[in-house]
Design a protein around this ligand. Sequence first.
Ligand SMILES: NC(=O)c1ccc[n+]([C@@H]2O[C@H](COP(=O)([O-])OP(=O)(O)OC[C@H]3O[C@@H](n4cnc5c(N)ncnc54)[C@H](O)[C@@H]3O)[C@@H](O)[C@H]2O)c1
Length: 255
Amino acid sequence: MGRLEGKIAIITGAASGMGLAGAQLFAREGASVVMTDVAEEALNATAEQITKEGGEVLALVHDVSTAESWATVVDRAVTHFGRIDVLVNNAGIHIKKGILEAELDDWNRVLAVNTTGVWLGMKSVIPHMQTQGGGSIVNISSIAGIIGGDADSGGAAYSASKGAVRSLTKHAAQWFAKDGIRVNSIHPGAVYTGLARAAGRTWDSMSASFADKVPLAPHVGEPNDIGYGMVYLASDEAKYITGEELVIDGGWITH
Ligand SMILES: NC(=O)c1ccc[n+]([C@@H]2O[C@H](COP(=O)([O-])OP(=O)(O)OC[C@H]3O[C@@H](n4cnc5c(N)ncnc54)[C@H](O)[C@@H]3O)[C@@H](O)[C@H]2O)c1
């Protein structure tokens, strides 16, 4: 029996990187997965691949920064599967601009996706979890939400957005524990995903550039390293854990 057998999960930003890794692992562990993303073509291709491997998925185009899009996704998920046991708020963007370089539009866009998107997701799903008598929410923050320095690769709004996700997670954990809803955050360090590829990085260059910061080889994470964290926090193995922050960074912030 899979570790998530019978659970219904929504994973945002599931067309790429950690969200895709999470969707693959969730499906292998017996969950039915609602995969959502703005990138329609990549989303449909990856959903088809998981279906071919025997997974049960529903792929929905979704912009996490709008309330209308969330209403559609949650409505379709509940109509299709009948309930929502797990929400993984994973979709995120990064703009490499510091406080002085960023324009208001840059700032607002990063906050809209990375922070407002997480709040809207919880606002949309929690009433269903309350009616059902429980659920698990996993919010993907970053070590940039805990430490400063170069953990945000020079993105001021990114750090601010991920710090907000960390504290919003603890707020939600406190207020909804009475409903049996657990809310935790994951804080990845450097992970080789679409964000890194879009920035022109290769695995080898990334591994080499983080060798002096990240003590554990290969000095850069792969999407499954985070996906396994999602599986654990979503599963009943974590039934007494809420408001916690799981750092998966090869030891970067122990420095
Ligand atoms: N890669 C890293 O090193 C790293 C480190 C710490 C935290 N994170 C966080 O992990 C999460 C996943 O990132 P990733 O590295 O897998 O990146 P990725 O670019 O591979 O995947 C992110 C996905 O989110 C989607 N997305 C973007 N805007 C969206 C929107 N408005 N609505 C719905 N989907 C949207 C993208 O289309 C993409 O498929 C993000 O929240 C990111 O901030 C990444």
